[in-house]
Design a binder for this molecule. Structure first.
Ligand SMILES: [Fe+2]
Length: 193
């Protein structure tokens, strides 16, 4: 008689992505981009960034149909938000707010630009970052994604107070099919999805 052993599969245990503050520039008046392209087909100023990733549970299961929102400053450090007093001009070809939905594999993609750091009070700068809000079936996550090597990272109280700040920092690489553009991956982990 053939004996088939049960194979114990170790559960994948991912830690929930650290939460970050919503901040003062969550869009309230602006309509979100629903196509995933915040650059008006690459016409926005700055370096195009192909940003993608997955939404996962702590067990490593993809979260399909999660709502993923991003909002960010433009390539000069200005938000299209009435609270932003930064005199740096808006870019008419950049939409700083987009919403998408993950596919069956939990994947999302955006085409945006690399944001700039911006002033956040006297003598203080916030390092370049992109805000995320993720809504799964059972929970929400609000966080921020930062860029490796940015000079203000080490002095930012929000990044520095994150429990696992490395989980919030990405590195950029050259986009394979678009000269001059960058790409990066940022996975978001919810506890239960
Ligand atoms: Fe911000």
């Amino acid at each position: 008689m053939a004996v088939v052993d049960d194979v114990a599969v170790a559960p994948v245990t991912l830690l929930r992505t650290p939460d970050q503050i919503l901040g003062p520039f969550y869009p309230v008046q602006q309509k979100p981009v629903l196509t995933g392209d915040l650059t008006r087909s690459g016409r926005a100023q700055g370096t195009v960034l192909h940003l993608s990733g997955r939404v996962l549970t702590s067990a490593g299961t993809p979260v399909a149909r999660a709502r993923v929102e991003i909002w960010q400053a433009n390539a000069a450090g200005r938000y299209a938000h009435p609270n932003d007093g930064n005199p740096t001009p808006l870019d008419p070809n950049f939409d700083g707010f987009a919403i998408t939905t993950t596919d069956e594999q939990g994947r999302y993609t955006f085409k945006t630009v690399v944001p700039a750091a911006y002033p956040a009070g006297p003598g203080r700068m916030r390092p370049a970052h992109i805000h995320f809000k993720v809504i799964g079936e059972r929970e929400e996550l609000v966080t921020q994604m930062y860029f490796a090597g940015e000079e203000w990272n080490d002095r930012d109280p929000w990044l520095q107070s994150a429990r696992r700040k490395d989980a919030l920092i990405v590195s950029l690489h050259d986009a394979p099919d678009e000269p001059g553009a960058k790409a990066t991956t940022f996975d978001l982990v919810l506890a239960y999805g």
